[in-house]
Design a protein around this ligand. Structure first.
Ligand SMILES: Cc1ncc(COP(=O)(O)O)c(C=O)c1O
Length: 401
């Protein structure tokens, strides 16, 4: 991916001083001497088409309730252009407040309290908290040693899930957070085959879908053979940094329209009109900005590889195929890991605790990502090359000094 000629790399536009004026959690959880590379917010200005849509709404006082299918149509256009998804089902979508709320509401449609929801750890920590809070039980199917879906483990987990309750589901992370794996079509077809065989409904979290990096291709789960009864949750939140502007879409497969029709009315009260306008503008007009971002992320991924080799040679990683998240195996550092698995995303233990205390770099602690996470950290490289360089240099000094 080359950086588009007419859009500059969004990751090099803001100074640290400008970023520190932000009031979001990334910039406020820790004191100002800490470089925050943890939560999935990006150090970018708003994409111009998104800023323009918001500016227009503010000028008009257009701050009422959301209406219509413009968001779904914009996503449909993006899906056709980027993923060759020609027949995106605008009519089988519904607005939801955000991806996680949408995922839980869909799980409520296709499972009953007490039923099992399968996840593939290490995985985005709220997959545990939200599912448990909704009264469903989590069943783990850990990723393989190559950090990809282990279909034998999934087969076994689906069997256990089915034994625990009559209506199990699988909460798929596509692409996968924290490993950055972009699942291939053949891998997803094998998931669909297993899900059909065991009577498991698949709910695919596709929030990182626009962030496939050079060398990878995103496959929408609903375009996979055998996925007709599945759901996908999509938004522009991660790719265009819009988490504060609430609006996402639940998309039903061809055989799931009746389930979608049972979505309670209150769910569509959650997304904000400004959020819908922003996400619509991102998918409709934010392509050039996204290309520039992907170019910057690709360069940062390469930079991170050389920084790790220089400063932290005992830390190993598999460069992510998508997302802006790097999953770093710090077990070779020999830092004691005393925390139990689970917890909230900002909890720290082991290497992440050490890097915060000694390097003043905030990372996500692997232990909250479930089985296989202890001893790892997740580093968010959606920042400037200068901050990334400073952070990894400090981390190296913390280990050697
Ligand atoms: C896989 C995944 N799903 C969901 C979310 C949260 O999305 P939302 O704020 O739309 O609930 C994130 C945020 O980082 C994520 O990585």
């Amino acid at each position: 991916m080359t950086v588009s000629a007419d859009v500059d790399n969004p990751l090099t536009q803001l100074t640290l001083d400008q970023l520190r004026r932000r009031t979001s959690v990334k910039w406020r959880l820790h004191p100002p001497d800490v470089l925050p590379l943890w939560v999935a917010e990006q150090d970018v200005p708003l994409a111009p088409p998104v800023a323009e849509a918001l500016r227009r709404a503010v000028e008009l006082g257009d701050t009422g309730y959301a209406y219509g299918t413009a968001y779904a149509e914009a996503l449909g256009g993006f899906a056709a252009r980027r993923w060759d998804w020609a027949d995106f089902p605008v009519g089988r979508t519904t607005l939801v407040p955000d991806v996680m709320t949408g995922a839980v509401e869909v799980l409520r449609l296709v499972t009953d309290p007490g039923d099992a929801v399968v996840v593939c750890p290490p995985v985005y920590p709220p997959f545990y908290a939200f599912v448990t809070h909704a009264g469903r039980q989590v069943v783990e199917a850990p990723l393989g040693a190559d950090l990809r879906i282990d279909h034998a483990a999934l087969d076994e987990a689906f069997r256990r899930a089915r034994a625990l309750g009559p209506r199990p589901a699988f909460l798929l992370c596509n692409p996968h957070n924290p490993t950055g794996v972009v699942h291939r079509r053949d891998e997803l077809e094998a998931v669909a085959e297993l899900a059909t065989r065991h009577g498991v409904r698949v709910v695919s979290d596709e929030i990182h879908a626009p962030l496939a990096l050079t060398g990878a291709r995103f496959t929408p789960y609903l375009t996979v053979a055998g996925a007709g009864d599945a759901f996908a949750l999509v938004s522009a939140s991660k790719a265009w940094n819009l988490a504060g502007l609430k609006a996402a879409l639940a998309v039903a497969g061809g055989d799931a329209a009746d389930d979608l029709a049972r979505m309670p009315e209150e769910v569509s009260h959650g997304p904000s009109h400004l959020g819908v306008l922003a996400h619509t503008a991102a998918f409709r007009d934010g392509g050039p900005w996204l290309d520039a971002l992907l170019g910057g992320l690709d360069a940062n991924r390469a930079l991170l590889g050389s920084l790790l080799a220089d400063h932290l040679p005992t830390v190993s990683w598999r460069p992510p195929e998508g997302t802006y998240l790097a999953w770093l195996d710090c077990t070779g550092l020999g830092v004691p890991t005393d925390a139990p698995a689970g917890g909230v995303a900002s909890d720290l233990a082991g290497p992440a605790r050490m890097f915060l205390d000694r390097a003043r770099v905030a990372l996500s602690s692997g232990h909250v990502f479930g089985t296989g996470g202890t001893g790892f950290v997740r580093l968010n490289f959606a920042t400037s090359p200068a901050v990334l360089t400073e952070a990894v240099t400090r981390m190296g000094r913390a280990v050697t000094g």
